[in-house]
Design a protein around this ligand. Structure first.
Ligand code: SAH
Length: 384
């Protein structure tokens, strides 16, 4: 494991916020930027010029934007700013995974992780400070919840990662895919996540295709429907159980949106997509809990008719979780049953283990407003 010297505050924020009505241009998608330019009496096409400067060229100082007139640059300085998050830790794993702890203006810390694989580089992005969903096997959930990230805070993770990976000047260290699988439930921060995804996919910004941006949800059914209505992109669903009784325990949001409704929402989502793509299902392998052959067979039945990419995730343990990872044998057996039914099934490799960057290990440093942290710190007995 290596620690890379974090950037200074000056590098993160060149433009200083002038007054509270000023806008952080980093968080505006194309439509938002067009509206902004119109509001200051400028032509809409300035939006794409400025998007290119910020997201493609990494320029955050208006004075460097030399296809804008001097007058306009000065006006931008008065009415707006471009502010990134501050890198408070920068960790490089032996397997090439790189994780950033990013400090928010209110002192909370979130995490973003770059995972290099053959021919691609995936950035795992956070959508909230903590998470309110309280999944029993997830360490982010145990930390409790503080607030939604703004669009600027979401996109800043992509901006910083691109810049810092560029600085490595090594082949193959480029973001080709983004997964909203960091801290938080993206669909409970709907508008900000959708705007950030639009920036990721914009040809004047990061230009990622709709197959290369994935939003992962624990199953917030109404928001899945809305997502399908407004944007064409990949969806991942954290399933983890094949019946309501077990899923209520592992993923408590299931009590609100049980499996039958969730599966119906998946089918509706697929129907809405232009390019009838697949849904990725995530299934964490917990020893003795959800990893038996009969679970695999139930899974096949549950997902019948849904174009599926199954992602089996060996459970990443953390202190006090109370769960163990399934054995390699149990995982292979489970995978074989799914594959024999014709389901494309991959076992996700654990990456960045030495820097705590694996799924469910992202913890950041948050001030919990749900007081869940305290609840877990208390002895379990005598509570009920
Ligand atoms: N809230 C969203 C986004 C988080 S994605 C969602 O639930 O989909 C993070 C993925 O890692 C989810 O599939 C989550 O269930 C899984 N995960 C959480 N804790 C884990 C752990 N300890 N080991 C393995 N996977 C875990």
């Amino acid at each position: 494991m290596n620690t890379i010297q974090p950037q200074t505050e000056d590098q993160a924020t060149v433009q200083v916020k002038i007054d509270s009505s000023a806008t952080n241009l980093l968080g505006l998608d194309r439509t938002g930027l067009e509206e902004f330019f119109e509001s200051i009496g400028e032509k809409k096409f300035r939006a794409t010029q400025v998007m290119k400067w910020i997201h493609q060229l990494g320029v955050v100082d208006f004075q460097e934007m030399n296809n804008l007139s001097k007058g306009l640059r000065n006006r931008l300085v008065e009415s707006s700013y471009i502010q990134n998050l501050q890198v408070s830790e920068d960790l490089l794993s032996n397997d090439g995974t790189r994780k950033w702890l990013l400090k928010l203006p209110d002192g909370n810390v979130i995490e973003a992780v770059f995972i290099p694989e053959d021919g691609r580089g995936t950035l795992c992005v956070s959508s909230q400070v903590g998470c309110a969903l309280d999944c029993s096997f997830c360490s982010t959930g145990r930390q409790g919840f503080n607030r939604n990230l703004t669009t600027a805070e979401i996109i800043s993770q992509v901006w910083l990662a691109s810049q810092l990976l560029d600085e490595e000047k090594k082949p193959g260290r480029k973001i080709t895919n983004v997964v909203m699988m960091g801290m938080g439930e993206p669909l409970l921060n709907f508008n900000n996540v959708v705007a950030a995804v639009r920036i990721m996919m914009d040809d004047f910004a990061y230009g990622l295709s709709k197959r290369r941006v994935t939003v992962s949800t624990a199953g917030v059914v109404p928001a899945m429907d809305r997502l399908g209505d407004v944007i064409d992109m990949r969806l991942a669903v954290s399933l983890h159980a094949t019946n309501d009784e077990l899923r209520n325990e592992l993923v408590p949001v299931n009590k609100k949106y049980p499996l039958k409704e969730l599966m119906a929402a998946c089918r509706r989502f697929i129907d809405k997509q232009n390019s009838r793509s697949r849904i990725t299902f995530e299934y964490v392998m917990l020893e003795g809990i959800n990893d038996r052959p009969e679970h695999a067979r139930e899974l096949i039945k549950l997902l019948e008719g849904i174009p599926t990419l199954m992602n089996l995730i060996p459970f990443n343990p953390f202190e006090g979780s109370g769960y163990r990872t399934s054995s390699n044998n149990a995982i292979s057996r489970f995978r074989q049953i799914l594959q024999d039914s014709g389901m494309t099934t991959v076992v996700r490799k654990t990456r960045g283990d030495d820097i705590d960057a694996a799924c469910g290990q992202l913890a950041g440093k948050i001030e919990d407003k749900s007081r869940r942290h305290r609840r877990f710190a208390e002895p379990r007995f005598g509570m009920e």
